[in-house]
Design a protein around this ligand. Structure first.
Ligand SMILES: [Zn+2]
Length: 163
């Protein structure tokens, strides 16, 4: 799936991402592959089922975890009950907004508000956030393609151990 070039998705709606968010991703203390993943998530060019099915690739466009919503990157990372439980259960104890139309780049920008209080703490939280995002994505991929299942605790543990 990774081999699908970002350019194959250029017909997808491109969200208006603020330069603040691009800068946050660029300056985030994380791994280059995670930075690239966040970059692609904001540009809506990751291989979610929703994205693939809109390219006429025969795939169930619904989320493989909850089966209730379209498998968009925003759903996978934020709105799926599994994602919400991971965010809340992590050491960030982060509660995702109940606004179902919140997009990932808008959500990432919220992390910037923490920097108003404590710059270093904000940097660390955003870095941890990047690892959690990456692990939520990896686990979803393992589940879809290899039917491998990880518990919420395992996902949180592996993301925080990698951080
Ligand atoms: Zn879901």
């Amino acid at each position: 799936m990774e081999a699908l070039k970002a350019s194959s998705f250029h017909h997808m709606a491109k969200p208006e991402v603020s330069s603040t968010v691009w800068k946050m991703i660029w300056n985030c203390r994380t791994l280059p592959k995670i930075r690239a993943f966040l970059w692609h998530s904001c540009g809506n060019v990751v291989a979610s089922a929703d994205c693939l099915s809109s390219r006429n690739i025969p795939i169930d466009p619904l989320c493989s975890r909850c089966g209730k919503e379209k498998d968009s990157v925003d759903h996978i990372m934020l709105h799926c009950p599994y994602a919400k439980a991971i965010w809340f259960g992590s050491s960030l104890s982060h509660r995702i907004s109940n606004n179902p139309s919140l997009l990932i780049h808008e959500w990432l920008q919220h992390w910037q508000n923490l920097a108003l209080q404590d710059k270093n703490a904000a940097r660390e939280s955003f870095s941890k956030c990047s690892f959690l995002c990456w692990h939520i994505w990896l686990v979803r991929k393992d589940f879809v393609f290899s039917k491998k299942f990880k518990s919420l605790e395992e996902i949180i543990r592996s993301a925080e151990a990698a951080f």
